[in-house]
Design a binder for this molecule. Structure first.
Ligand SMILES: [Fe+2]
Ligand SMILES: [Fe+2]
Length: 229
């Protein structure tokens, strides 16, 4: 698929990579190291913010648009958001707080076990939720909304994210992507971003990996032209 909603799939892919990372990181976490625990906690809290931002764009733009044509369909997705926010993210925060506070080895081990258990739960909840959105919700949207409407929805969702957070989000997605998805994402950004933020964004991505950027310029000749100006 390479329609206007492709960016939506890229965001989902990035979320899935991140939750898989957390499962492994929680399993291998050295719970005696305050530094490692703090690093895990920071990355998790940033991800939680990103996940909530993504869900907010769904709840404000995508779900109401769908709801207007199919009653009672989108509400189950918003229900998932609220449910795993309280039960999974909430328990992860609880485990991290316990790990940070605990002074004795046994208490720390309990905190680490809860953290691992909840990280597995986070991975699985996200996997199922995103699989439903990709395989049930998106095909409905693509069947029911014409291309111009899909462009409008994708643009409205992207437009809800504040530029500094969007830059972090794109950079995070780009780092985990293969070359083909990187190209697809940049082409999407070229369609929706005004010139100035686009130049800032491509400049930032070019700095991530100079070698890979040459390949990107080869695939998207407009990038080279824009930088030569
Ligand atoms: Fe969702
Ligand atoms: Fe989603």
């Amino acid at each position: 698929m390479s329609g206007p909603m492709q960016m939506y799939l890229y965001v989902h892919d990035a979320i899935l990579r991140e939750v898989a990372y957390f499962e492994t990181a929680a399993r291998e976490l050295n719970w005696d190291s305050a530094e490692e625990v703090a690093e895990f906690a920071d990355r998790m809290s940033w991800f939680h913010k990103i996940a909530k931002t993504h869900e907010h764009t769904e709840e404000e733009v995508l779900f109401p648009a769908l709801e207007a044509r199919f009653r009672f369909v989108a509400e189950s997705y918003a229900f998932d958001h609220d449910d795993y926010d309280a039960h999974v993210f909430g328990e992860i925060d609880h485990a991290i707080a316990g790990l940070t506070r605990a002074e004795r080895g046994g208490e720390r081990r309990d905190g680490a076990e809860l953290l691992y258990r909840q990280s597995v739960a986070l991975h699985e909840h996200m996997r199922l939720h995103i699989a439903k959105e990709n395989e049930l919700l998106l095909p409905k949207l693509e069947a029911e909304f014409d291309l111009a409407e899909q462009v409008e929805l994708a643009g409205a969702m992207a437009g809800m994210v504040e530029p500094p957070l969007m830059a972090q989000l794109v950079s995070w997605m780009y780092r985990g992507q293969g070359i083909q998805d990187r190209e697809g994402m940049i082409r999407f950004l070229m369609q929706v971003l005004p010139e100035e933020p686009l130049t800032a964004m491509t400049g930032m991505l070019a700095g991530t990996d100079a070698e890979a950027w040459k390949e990107m310029q080869h695939r998207i000749p407009e990038l080279e032209a824009a930088e030569a100006e």
